[in-house]
Design a protein around this ligand. Structure first.
Ligand SMILES: *Cc1c(COP(=O)(O)O)cnc(C)c1O
Length: 364
């Protein structure tokens, strides 16, 4: 946040609140006359909602004078059936971002350390600082993969939480089950191990992580999942965690009462019922991702293995220049100054434009 003015005589927030970094959201596209503009800056699902999901949400809108079901009972039961887990192993929240906050609030004392890869999901340092904990950021390998050995080595007496983002936002690679198993064997039992699976449904690789088998084998593992990406409900804010009941119960205990709105609960329920149709769309996005990746490699770009719904260009100093070239072509991407650009896989036309811009923009 910005530094308070010295003239201000009112209340001061706790000291660490000043250190919370700002979240930089993906920009909307710049309108270009005669050109459809596309937003590829927030890893959103380009498909509009299914009619059944819209209808279920609309029915929920009609009772907006009532509070939502605080226990999200129907949603928990449907998730439990869908995943094959008992409902007390679940915690629903207003997006998995909220669950990250809840986890840190429930498990970290001030000054405790949270180990995660960097660069990774932008919300991690914000949530860690907001909780009064300390970020220990372990650089990714040059190929955009987590360096799990270095992360294990970064665990100290003060570490309470480690977070593995797989596939990693914004670089794209996912860890394998063998890599995760080796890492978890090095994480002490009292340290919470988060596996952030926001892009789980997009993963297509040998030895992919089986999150459910992993949390069953490790009492300290928490899976974070979301309806925002594959299920296309980013605007409604609903995600969930899967963990042993002691851990899931702590996440529920610190949740905002009535946080997940009636509309979000209804949309999530209808989406679970429609998961077959939604996962077909994910297949189409995965095919597009792989088409784009192949075209970029053919054009000489050394892009990391993309296992989410986005591709990463490690552009260093040329990130802003590349983002501007994309903007001129009517696609808005997400630049990370001095590091690279993340581009969401979107509509076919938008993906074609990305490939065109990348072909014209010679790789370093
Ligand atoms: C998008 C994303 C989330 C999910 O965010 P929601 O709050 O559920 O919308 C979580 N983790 C990562 C790494 C993400 O990219």
């Amino acid at each position: 946040m910005s530094t308070p003015s010295p003239q201000f005589r009112g209340p001061r927030p706790r000291a660490h609140i000043r250190d919370i970094p700002a979240y930089v959201p993906g920009k909307p596209p710049t309108p270009r006359p005669g050109l459809t503009a596309y937003k590829l800056s927030s890893n959103e699902n380009p498909y509009p909602p299914l009619p059944g999901v819209v209808e279920a949400s609309t029915r929920a809108v009609e009772v907006m004078n009532r509070y939502p079901d605080m226990g999200s009972v129907a949603l928990y039961e449907a998730l439990g059936r869908h995943l094959g887990v008992p409902v007390d192993h679940l915690a629903a929240g207003t997006g998995s971002v909220a669950l990250i906050y809840q986890l840190l609030q429930a498990f970290c004392e001030p000054g405790d350390e949270v180990v995660y890869a960097w660069r990774s999901f932008e919300a991690y340092p914000i949530a860690v600082t907001a909780a009064g904990a300390r970020s220990v950021q372990v650089p990714l390998r040059a190929d955009g993969h987590h360096d799990l050995e270095a992360m294990a080595a970064a665990i100290t007496e003060r570490t309470r939480v480690v977070m593995v983002c797989t596939p990693n936002n914004p670089t794209g690679p996912a860890v394998t089950q063998a890599e995760l198993d080796r890492f978890l064997a090095a994480v002490p039992a009292h340290v919470v191990a988060v596996v952030d699976e926001a892009y789980l449904e997009f993963v297509r690789m040998p030895d992919a992580v089986d999150g459910l088998a992993t949390y069953r084998a490790h009492p300290n593992v928490v899976l974070f999942r979301t309806f925002s990406k594959a299920y296309g409900l980013a605007g409604f804010r609903v995600g969930y965690a899967v963990a042993q009941p002691e851990v899931a119960g702590a996440l529920r205990a610190v949740s905002l009462p009535f946080g997940v709105s009636s509309v979000a609960q209804a949309a999530a329920l209808a989406s679970l019922e429609a998961s077959e149709a939604l996962l077909e769309r994910v297949d189409a996005l995965v095919a597009e991702r792989d088409r784009v990746g192949a075209a970029l490699r053919e054009a000489g770009w050394d892009v990391p293995d993309a296992q989410g719904n986005f591709v990463w260009f490690a552009l260093g100093d040329r990130s802003a220049e590349f983002a501007a070239a994309c903007d001129d072509a009517g696609i808005v991407v997400r630049p990370f100054a001095g590091e690279g650009c993340r581009v969401t896989v979107g509509e076919v036309e938008a993906n074609d434009r990305l490939v065109e811009v990348a072909r014209a923009f010679a790789p370093a």
